[in-house]
Design a binder for this molecule. Structure first.
Ligand code: NAD
Length: 260
């Protein structure tokens, strides 16, 4: 087991990519806090994963834009399991508009969830990692950390920003064994993506089939969606990597949509 008894916090883990990462971590023996907006759905996911074992999970209510909620949630996890080894800052949403129509409130909401969320959870977890002699901070970036698409001003800006934050944490945390890396998935068929398909079709004046085949999969090598399991595999690799040799990096998992 690659994460036996490691204490991991995964935000936005009640469903989607976060749930898949939490599932993979529990399968590797980890203790995983499922941090999400709604305690009932976080606890339900946690109960399902605990039943699966061999690790265990707990649900915690956390809006990642609230400093108080983040600090209280992380303190609760550290008190229950004695520390924190791995943070996956994954919670995220998508809002698409043409730049000239982008409501300022939506812009601020997007930057807050993706960037304030990553900052606040890192700030709260890193002292616990220092106390353990090291840890792994993982941000959920996107191909949009490297590439731009129409209608996604806030998302692309936020996802690019995560690369910078990870690189700073890699430097700040190195002496105490904390590394930081970014996962950059292509399109994954979760509720976040399903919601975008009709929205993009309307904004761009094309069919939903064209959004999928041209916008989402047009540049992949094989016209395939990336899966939640693919992303979880990368999240396991970053979490279990044993040294500072792998830090400040980003790894793209996108069926070749974006190559570097
Ligand atoms: P999803 O909508 O299926 O799940 C997101 C989860 O985050 C939900 O459980 C939601 O309740 C939670 N959440 C939302 N706002 C929150 C907040 N303020 N505090 C705490 N939890 C919050 O989305 P997903 O597709 O699983 O996306 C997860 C992450 O992966 C996001 O950061 C997203 O940008 C990124 N990503 C997704 C794709 C994709 O194609 N689905 C591709 C690249 C990157």
């Amino acid at each position: 087991m690659k994460l036996k008894d490691k204490v991991c916090v995964v935000t936005g883990a009640a469903r989607g990519i976060g749930e898949s990462i939490a599932r993979r971590y529990v399968a590797e023996g980890a203790r995983v806090a499922i941090a999400d907006l709604d305690l009932a759905s976080a606890s339900e996911t946690a109960a399902n994963l605990t039943a699966m074992g061999p690790g265990e999970a707990m649900g915690i209510a956390m809006d990642v834009v609230s400093e108080q909620a983040v600090n209280e949630g992380i303190a609760e996890v550290a008190a229950k399991w004695g520390g924190i080894d791995v943070l996956v800052s994954n919670a995220g949403i998508q809002i698409v508009h043409k730049i000239e129509d982008f409501p300022f409130a939506d812009w601020k909401k997007m930057l807050a969830i993706h960037l304030d969320g990553a900052f606040l959870t890192s700030k709260a977890c890193i002292p616990h990692m220092y106390a353990r002699g090291g840890g792994s901070v993982i941000f959920m970036g996107s191909v949009h950390s490297k590439e731009a698409s129409p209608l996604k001003a806030a998302y692309v800006t936020a996802k690019h920003g995560l690369l910078g934050l990870a690189r700073v944490i890699a430097k700040d945390g190195a002496a105490q064994g904390v590394r930081a890396n970014v996962i950059c998935p292509g399109f994954v068929r979760t509720p976040l993506v399903d919601k975008q398909i009709p929205e993009q079709a309307k904004e761009l004046g094309i069919s939903e089939e064209e959004v999928v085949s041209r916008i989402m999969l047009g540049n992949t090598v094989d016209k395939q969606f990336t899966t939640v399991e693919d992303v979880a595999e990368v999240a396991l690799f970053f979490a279990a990597f044993p040294s500072n040799a792998l830090t400040g990096q980003s790894l793209i998992v996108s069926h070749g949509w974006f190559m570097e």
